[in-house]
Design a protein around this ligand. Sequence first.
Ligand SMILES: NC(=O)C1=CN([C@@H]2O[C@H](COP(=O)(O)OP(=O)(O)OC[C@H]3O[C@@H](n4cnc5c(N)ncnc54)[C@H](OP(=O)(O)O)[C@@H]3O)[C@@H](O)[C@H]2O)C=CC1
Ligand SMILES: N[C@@H](CC=O)C(=O)O
Length: 336
Amino acid sequence: MTVNVALLGLGTVGQGVYETVVSHQEELRQAAGESVRIPVILIKDSCKNRSISGDVEITTDFNDIFKYPIDAVIEAVGGCEPVYGYLRKCLERKIPVITANKELLAKKGSELMNTADRHQTELIFEASVAGSIPILYIIKNYLKVNRIQKLEAILNGTSNFILTAMRNNKQSFEQSLAEAQRLGYAEADPSNDILGWDTFYKTMILSELIYHRQPDWNDVVRKGIDQVTLEDINAAIESQEKIKLMATLSRSSNGSIKASIEPVRIKKDHPLYAVEGVNNAVRIKTDLADDLVLSGPGAGAFPTASAIMEDFVSLFKNNKPLKDISKKRRAVPLFK
Ligand SMILES: NC(=O)C1=CN([C@@H]2O[C@H](COP(=O)(O)OP(=O)(O)OC[C@H]3O[C@@H](n4cnc5c(N)ncnc54)[C@H](OP(=O)(O)O)[C@@H]3O)[C@@H](O)[C@H]2O)C=CC1
Ligand SMILES: N[C@@H](CC=O)C(=O)O
């Protein structure tokens, strides 16, 4: 048997997913119990050269994906429109969706999750937060008894890459951003990265997961790294400190959720001090486990494809065919 996956988007992430499906057939067969094939890929610009095998249809028409017996959809386009409509259509047809799209999830995650629920299918999105780090899985499945008191995190690979390059190589902000774009870390619109929006969306997803709701967006402090200068970085070095774009999330005693995203100076003994380059890290303080820190690459083709493909195989429980897997088996619902 073969599982057919429609891939939406063939940029940094989509290409990483496509190549992983080609290079990891054996592992996918082991984990999913069936071989995995991508018969169709949606793109925007039909004039670009693509390194894709000849038997894959490349299309600019979303509806073409339904010409194939699609078992799952992987979305790597980004943004809200037209993707929201596309994913709704897939879920309404009971097709499970795996997405890396944090902006869409922060803005429309509840609606899409309700659609998935109504149609008894899955919407999963490990890749939307902290790249390759399985942070959503760990919070959902491994911290059910613990009370999460506070979360501190570096969630934007591009910003951390830029701050590291400015510090270590004395590169200018602009040069460092251009390098992050060349490496495929930055969003299509990099102002999402450098103004803190990307971290903001990821923090909202974490808030949904941990507290089952988001704070009022107007109450969230959101600053990016756009105002950080080489002088600021040198001043931090003088004090043996580093500047990091830090997200924080907690619930106050009155039940309100507090979140902030801003560049902060941290000292050598801070657990996230050593997190450099494109890496992300999440520090979770809980009442029982105490202080947990997870780190790993937060952006890039293969770290993101890793999270997407691990999400994908998580759809296969006990090697059952995808169509036989009931939605009701999902462990803890997110966005509810
Ligand atoms: N880059 C990264 O490291 C990470 C990215 N993400 C998320 O993954 C998603 C994709 O990111 P990334 O691969 O970097 O983005 P890219 O800009 O590299 O790729 C986007 C892809 O989507 C296609 N596309 C854009 N608009 C449309 C449209 N209207 N209809 C059809 N196809 C369209 C583009 O087509 P064409 O090729 O024709 O231009 C391109 O193939 C985003 O949600 C991003 O936030 C998540 C984690 C990490
Ligand atoms: N642009 C994002 C990509 C991953 O989510 C980042 O730099 O972290």
